[in-house]
Write a protein that binds this ligand. Structure first.
Ligand code: FES
Length: 646
């Protein structure tokens, strides 16, 4: 008879093992990551799995609880003392008796939608760069003059297969005491990324059963940070804060100018962002009840200028052609060198940058959304002051950035403001009467609902947030107030008090309060310029790929989460596509950081992918200007949008 077949889910890895094989060993042999801190002593509880009952015809397996050894003494003891959830087994204490389907619980599902809207969750298989390994070191012996560290290394090699690790000098002074505190039992944190030599990064007496990491997205406006257990994959706490560098300049280029004009500018901005990150670390640790000393790994994504400033690099070169990055490859460093308030041995990893304007944040979004993992042509757009655009599939991926300017963020718009309570976030315009209906942030009511007036009085109607501008302009176009050239039709002033003359141009009165909220001809121009830049960038990449249409669109970032895809298409921000294939994916960059934190394979994946991405510099493409001019019209001078007609 053949050996029993063991199938691990959700990875689907499987293999045959002789009766009596330890289940944790079987997982290891197949390369399935099952956590283990105690090294199979049934004390850490990290190696839990669930055995499935029933027949799995697709794999030709009938799995049953009887096909695994009964709970033994050590496992019973663990259950009595620590409690084992129903249906869970300690894989280190179980042996294979027959065919098995084994579920490795993935407690991690990353919610890319850190902002609003329903989640597009994805499961990340865990294989972090940091492992905790409990070992029992041989006590010293006068006949065997091997040093304490050398005997520690020997047992690490024997029990965990970790050979010749780097040991930082920092750990040596405390080593002897640590080894003796709990009778020669110690937990060792081992960092192993890529093919580099493993490194011991921390040591604790006895069994130390917690290890955390942080995933952080440093945006020019906000910083978002998650605290994650490296052992279970669970997100323990999340926090966000505005980037304190705003006081040096609202947008990226003004921060570069600040560095160029002020001798201490770079240092001040580096310090500001690092302090903000540490503030968030303190916050998530307090919220999650976690000792910052248990933070052993950190992954960061950021746009190129934030990336450089966080690393302490002068970003001046990024402010002018040829937009040279100091470093484009992924950066690996001790976290202490970045001033991170974590364990003294904690590691840091920054995803690679794609190009001078397409940063590690775009790389994070690529990792999360995976255009390179599928055959369909995926357009991935992160809209900010610079739109980062990626278009591709498994065969080829191209990327560019386009200077959309701050209009989409509400700047340069007469009534524009940041998204905050009281800002108009939704709008509809009746094509007959030209009267608007509005909704403001902080209230679920439309302006014609009873009770809206009270809500508006309480919150104040203060301005238009960036996502609403798209909607208002699109509604103005659909209501016939705007021509395809983007001109407000002044003849309508005769039939609607909403159309106001202003010199030689006209405005649309959206809300008659204080302040008075209008959309001016200049506002429309600013939106046209921004959307034309975005669309032209997308079209350029479509030409590079030789495609006339894209199969699916992913809108990343806060702005992408708020805009209604339909309106984005009505205005021609994005190319024609089946609307059901257009999806907001929230903070995809942050989700990518989380993936790189929990699985070192994803680090290799994104490094290889970024190396293969063709970088297109829009400024160097003579054709770009024509694409830009064509894209000024609403929705477009030439391109059709058949999916809107349906
Ligand atoms: Fe620690 Fe099984 S490996 S309990």
């Amino acid at each position: 008879p053949r050996d029993p077949l063991v199938l691990f889910m959700p990875s689907g890895k499987r293999g045959r093992f002789p009766v009596g094989t330890n289940l944790l060993d079987a997982a290891r042999q197949l390369g399935v990551h099952v956590e283990s801190v105690c090294g199979g002593r049934a004390t850490c509880g990290r190696c839990q799995v669930e055995i499935q009952d029933g027949s799995f015809a697709k794999f030709g397996i009938t799995s049953s609880q009887d096909h695994i050894s009964a709970r033994g003494g050590k496992e019973e003891r663990y259950d009595r003392v620590r409690g084992l959830p129903a249906g869970r087994r300690l894989s280190c204490s179980a042996t294979v008796l027959g065919d098995l389907v084994v579920d490795v619980p993935q407690d991690t599902t990353v919610n890319a939608q850190v902002i609003r809207k329903p989640a597009s969750d994805r499961v990340i298989a865990r294989d972090p760069a940091i492992r905790l390994c409990y070992v029992e070191v041989e006590p010293p012996d006068m006949h065997q003059p091997l040093g304490d560290l050398d005997r520690l290394k020997a047992v690490l090699a024997r029990d965990w297969g970790i050979r010749d690790p780097v040991v930082p000098l920092r750990l040596l002074p405390g080593l002897q005491k640590t080894l003796r505190l709990e009778g020669w039992g110690v937990t060792v944190a081992v960092h192993q990324d890529e093919d580099a030599r493993p490194e011991i990064t921390a040591l604790w007496p006895g069994l130390h059963n917690s290890a955390y990491g942080i995933a952080c997205d440093i945006g020019s406006t906000t910083i978002a940070l998650h605290l994650v257990s490296l052992l279970s994959g669970r997100v323990v706490a999340s926090a966000g804060a505005s980037n304190p560098q705003i006081r040096f300049g609202e947008d990226l280029m003004s921060r570069v100018s600040y560095v160029m004009m002020n001798p201490d500018g770079r240092a001040a901005m580096t310090q500001a962002v690092r302090e903000a990150v540490n503030g968030l670390v303190a916050k998530v640790c307090a919220e999650g009840g976690v000792d910052p000393d248990d933070i052993l790994d950190a992954v960061f994504v950021a746009n190129p200028i934030m990336h450089h400033l966080f690393l302490g690099i002068d970003p001046t070169e990024l402010g002018q052609a040829p937009f040279a990055l100091a470093v484009s490859a992924a950066v690996r460093s001790p976290a202490a060198e970045l001033g991170l308030a974590a364990n003294a041995g904690a590691r840091a990893y920054l995803l690679p940058c794609i190009a001078g304007h397409v940063g590690a944040d775009a790389a994070g979004a690529v990792l999360a959304e995976g255009p390179h993992r599928q055959d369909r042509m995926m357009l991935l757009v992160d809209i900010g002051t610079n739109a980062e655009i990626v278009l591709g599939n498994a065969a080829r991926t191209v990327a560019a950035s386009s200077p959309t300017g701050p209009a989409f963020e509400g700047a340069e718009i007469s009534s524009g403001q940041r998204a905050a309570p009281g800002a108009i976030e939704r709008a509809r315009i009746d094509p007959g009467t030209l009267e608007p209906r509005l909704r403001i942030i902080g209230s679920d009511l439309w302006s014609d609902d009873p009770g809206f007036a009270e809500a508006a009085a309480r919150l104040g109607v203060t301005g238009l947030c960036g996502s609403a501008i798209i909607e208002v302009v699109a509604e103005m176009y659909l209501a016939g107030i705007l021509s395809a050239e983007g001109v407000i039709d002044g003849t309508l002033a005769a039939r609607s008090p909403r159309i106001l003359a202003k010199g030689r141009t006209f405005s649309y009165l959206l809300h008659d309060g204080s302040p008075r909220i209008t959309v001016t001809q200049n506002d429309i121009r600013a939106i046209q310029l921004a959307k034309a830049a975005l669309y032209a960038g997308i079209r350029l990449l479509m030409e590079k790929q030789g495609v006339a249409a894209v199969d699916c669109i992913r809108l990343a970032g806060a702005f992408g989460s708020f805009i209604d895809p339909k309106y984005a298409m009505v205005l021609g921000l994005i190319p024609d596509c089946d609307l059901s294939e257009v999806r907001a994916v929230g903070n995809a960059a942050g989700a990518g950081a989380m993936m790189a934190l929990l699985n070192r394979g994803h680090r290799r994946e994104i490094e290889e992918t970024v190396r293969r991405i063709d970088k297109i510099e829009t400024a160097l493409e003579p054709h770009f200007q024509q694409l830009f001019v064509d894209a000024m019209a609403l929705p477009h001078k030439i391109d059709a949008f058949p999916h809107l007609a349906r």
